[in-house]
Design a protein around this ligand. Structure first.
Ligand code: HXC
Length: 258
């Protein structure tokens, strides 16, 4: 499918989705968000796709929700229309792993979109922030929730209350991003990580995604039980036999998602 605000390429089992509103630093307007939901749903349904990489431009992953589009909206518009809920729910339904490759600004809804992905690889130019406070609003896509779980209360309060930006080094140190690489290597690193995931059993990678996400939403006791039962369930798959057999035979596993 062709999109106005995205560039989507599928190669070697990886869907690369690039946010493409360069004139607005990839600000998330309603077209972009609904196209992103559609592209991710399409990638989920495409059997050739085993991992997804979401990225922006060198200057901006995304500078937030589109302020021009939002500024004149009323409470009735945003609450009545449930602004952003259908799109974010569609993103949350994607079972395949999604890597955010972040360069430049990831602010407001941009930072929140990166946090909706399964992990973030950042370039050394990345700048994260929740500057909604400067606009007279609070974060609305996870900036007070996911960020708090990722970096802890103190930094989440600091970011949301002062609106300051965090550089890539601080973001890695505080657990927001999994790795920081030089800007020139960002896309190669993200695509290599996606390739590493794409050759695994998809049954396993989807189970891992569900299990890690469960850690955010449940008690340790329930989470451990959920993980243990998933672990048990993997023994019903051919990929468990293949993975362990290949190890014992000292060869590469050939997973078949069965
Ligand atoms: C609409 C935006 C935008 C945004 C940038 N632009 N961010 N348009 N919405 N969020 C546009 C600018 O208006 C400008 O367009 C062009 O992109 C380039 O931006 P500049 O400001 O000229 O660039 P620069 O001086 O380099 O500054 C970059 C920046 C700044 C620091 C990122 O643009 C900025 O502060 N942007 C807003 C960041 C923000 O407040 N994000 C949170 C939004 S609220 P023109 O046409 O003038 O050239 C949000 C809520 C989420 O995200 C929760 C929803 C539920």
């Amino acid at each position: 499918m062709a999109y106005d605000t995205l560039i989507v390429e599928v190669s070697d089992h990886v869907a690369l989705i690039k946010l493409n509103r360069p004139d607005a630093l990839n600000a998330l307007n309603s077209t972009l968000l609904s196209e992103l939901a559609a592209a991710l749903t399409e990638a989920q349904g495409n059997e050739k796709v085993r991992c997804i990489v979401l990225t922006g431009s060198e200057k901006a992953f995304a500078a937030g929700a589109d302020v021009k589009e939002m500024s004149s909206k009323s409470f009735v518009d945003v609450f009545g229309g449930d602004l952003f809920t259908p799109e974010t729910e569609a993103i949350g339904r994607v079972r395949k792993p999604i890597i955010a490759a972040v360069s430049g600004y990831a602010l407001g809804g941009g930072c929140e979109l990166a946090m909706m992905c399964d992990f973030i690889i950042a370039s050394d130019t990345a700048r994260f922030g929740q500057p909604e406070v400067n606009l007279g609003i609070v974060a609305g896509l996870g900036g007070t929730q996911r960020l708090t779980r990722l970096v802890g209360k103190s930094k989440a309060m600091d970011m949301n209350l002062t609106g300051r930006f965090m550089d890539a080094e601080e973001a890695e140190r505080s657990g927001l991003v999994s790795r920081v690489v030089p800007a020139k290597k960002l896309m190669d690193t993200a695509m290599e990580a996606a390739q590493a995931i794409a050759v695994k059993s998809q049954l396993t990678t989807m189970a891992i995604k569900e299990s890690v996400n469960r850690a955010e939403e449940t008690t340790l006791r329930e989470g451990l039980l959920f993980e243990r039962r998933l672990f048990h369930a993997m023994f019903a798959t051919g990929d468990q036999k293949e993975g362990m057999g290949a190890f014992l035979e000292k060869r590469e596993a050939q997973f078949r998602d069965r």
